[in-house]
Design a protein around this ligand. Structure first.
Ligand code: G3P
Length: 219
């Protein structure tokens, strides 16, 4: 399962770009709003940091304006930009139209298997089911990922499933077990994927033993 970082914070993306395993970035209007710059300024910086798909979301809600924004965003960097569209009638229409122009889309705010099916049929390159927000209303987010994966396999759809609204390391593990293609993960959760107290303890003892060996060979 590929890992994307879910943030619009440039410092976080700069740091994550050095790790060697972050393959893309997703942003949304709420993440952009936290940063105090325009979406264009932020996206222009992000595309220089990560050589992978960068999702930039349209804010318009009607089809003509969505298409206008999509073309503007895509022009920032046609090699990397993916147009993020809402799971609405206009969003799906825009996805189908942009597919004809070979512009990749990510249909977001997906909360049901049927919604994912519509995104598959509308030619989306990616669909983003949200886990945390489903769990918040006591629904079963992992079951949703399993259902979407099953539908994808039944018909051989090529749309990639981006597991989004990830809140903890357990979400990441369960999405990987369920067969999600990608998890887009906040910086804090990504950092915690690496940590294990036994790794730290093992490193300490290896260091101590290596120092002993070094002293012996000095003699
Ligand atoms: O990728 C979507 C994600 O940013 C939403 O996360 O935590 O606001 O539900 P959250």
């Amino acid at each position: 399962m590929k890992l994307f970082i879910d943030t619009a914070n440039i410092e976080e993306i700069k740091e994550a770009s050095t790790w060697g395993y972050i393959k893309g970035v997703t942003t949304n209007p709420s993440l952009i709003a936290k940063e105090g710059s325009s979406q264009k300024e932020i996206i222009e910086q992000i595309v220089k940091l990560i050589d992978g798909p960068i999702s930039a979301e349209v804010t318009a809600e009607d089809y003509p304006h969505m298409m206008e924004q999509a073309h503007e965003l895509y022009q920032i960097d046609p090699k990397h930009i993916v147009i993020k569209l809402p799971m609405t009638k206009d969003g799906l229409r825009a996805s189908a139209e942009l597919k004809k122009e070979n512009i990749p889309t990510n249909v977001t705010l997906c909360f049901s298997a049927n919604q994912a099916l519509l995104a598959f049929e509308a030619g989306a390159r990616y669909v983003s089911p949200f886990l945390g927000r489903l769990d918040d209303i006591s629904d079963d987010s992992i079951k949703l990922i399993e259902e979407i994966v099953q539908i994808k396999r039944n018909y051989g759809y090529t749309t990639e499933i981006i597991c989004a609204s990830i809140r903890n390391p357990d979400h990441v593990k369960k999405c990987a077990l369920a067969g999600g293609d990608i998890a887009t993960v906040p910086y804090k959760v990504l950092s915690s994927l690496l940590s294990h107290p036994l790794t730290d303890r093992g490193l300490d003892s290896f260091r101590i033993d290596a120092e002993k060996t070094a002293k012996l060979t000095e003699k």
